[in-house]
Design a protein around this ligand. Sequence first.
Ligand SMILES: [Zn+2]
Length: 316
Amino acid sequence: MTVFIPKNAYLTIVAACVRFANKRIIKDDWLEVSGIFIGRNEGDDVHITKAYPIMHQKLDKDAVIDQYKWSDEDYEALSIIDDEAFSNNEFTIGWWHSHPGFKIMMSHIDIKTTLSYQTNNPLAISLVFNPERLAKQIELPEKKGDPEKQLEGDPGFKIFRLDDVNKGIQASYHTVDFVVNGFDTNEQLAMLTQKFIIDITNMFPKDNMLKNYETLTNNRINELNSLIQGTDEYMNTLMRKGESSRAYEVLENQTRDIKKFVAETQKKIEAIRRFMEYLEYKERAIIIPSVETILAEWDEIVGRLDKTLKEIAKKY
Ligand SMILES: [Zn+2]
């Protein structure tokens, strides 16, 4: 009776949820995110293969918790993903959503949603994630005023199943055992994922994503160009001063600095490409090709880098 979660599915949930609830956003504006799981049942076990983010709540200060409303487009996304899964002998085995900054449990609305999955599939699961629980490793008290419980190696979520679907929305629920694959220990999982939260907070914005990546890429391209130009000018000055004996050493040093800058930027570019997996399904068709166009400019200049450096070297 165990749910197996691959690392990437877990990180997808973390990223998609943290994007709308992190330190850069005031807590009052944190939004819930929801999505689905694709996978298969094996005996009593559930094997998740992928988590898909579907939607986030609209900002509404008066809303009570769990006022997430799926649009037609969101249901359409679900049916496309489910069809695709079917051709791999898999299906939608459950759903997940976030309780950003508040207790992990199932609200009435959550029970209703879970019911829609579990009625057809008794093993269907409902995962509830609170990014703050993961970041701070604390469990919020049942009642206001009670102490917070300190946690260790906690992934920030629980998985639930309804006790008896025949009770409908009156059904009570219980937690289900799970394993997150891809980490050595729970402590390692918590530590690495807390670092991941920082990357997501800094580099996976909820709004203006394209503008953001465009600015980053353009800044990096400009900086690289000025490093290259600076090298050329430096070499030129050396020659003019008759210090050609230093040329080799200077060029080596400059090249090393440029390569270091490129490697550092490359890490960010690769991170952005990975982040594309954490987009909501309906965003993908627009954002991914645009991001690829933006990043292609960087790829191109880096692709030419060795040649450019050789040309400079040849001059001196
Ligand atoms: Zn909920």
